[in-house]
Design a protein around this ligand. Structure first.
Ligand SMILES: [Zn+2]
Length: 137
């Protein structure tokens, strides 16, 4: 069963088809009733995207997808925390960074060792299956 959908015609000529507001033919983004809120939301979205780019560039943040990315963020956080006035809270945070950093080193080391093993396995060629060995004379 398909419920009602937004009847706004997109620039491509297709219908929007998003879930409409209650008792309205249009969704939040296309209803004249919510046009102002939708414009604010679009503007805020643009501001957040620009802020994300600017702050990311200022701190050299590349994301959290690799061990190296995570280590870079941890190093930035550690440096920023080191620059704070000495306190029990600062030292707890630094101890936490050291603990997480040690785990990241371990994960990075395991990734490297796995890559070496995978390369060696590929170089050795396909493994002979047990039932293939049984068929040999
Ligand atoms: Zn719509």
């Amino acid at each position: 069963m398909v419920g009602p959908s937004c009847t706004h015609v997109m620039p491509s000529g297709r219908l929007c088809r998003a879930t409409p507001l209650r008792d309205e033919p249009f969704c939040f983004w296309h209803s004249p009733e919510t046009a102002e809120e939708a414009a604010d939301a679009r503007r805020l979205g643009g501001l957040h995207r620009r802020k994300k780019k600017t702050v990311g560039a200022a701190f050299g943040f590349r994301g959290l997808r690799t061990v190296e990315d995570n280590q870079a963020l941890l190093e930035t956080a550690a440096i920023e925390t080191l620059a704070l006035e000495n306190s029990v809270g600062r030292n707890r945070a630094l101890a936490g960074y050291a603990s997480i950093g040690a785990k990241l080193i371990e994960v990075g080391d395991l990734e490297d060792r796995l890559a070496v093993l995978e390369a060696a396995t590929r170089a050795a060629g396909p493994a002979v299956e047990a039932d293939e060995r049984d068929d040999e004379p």
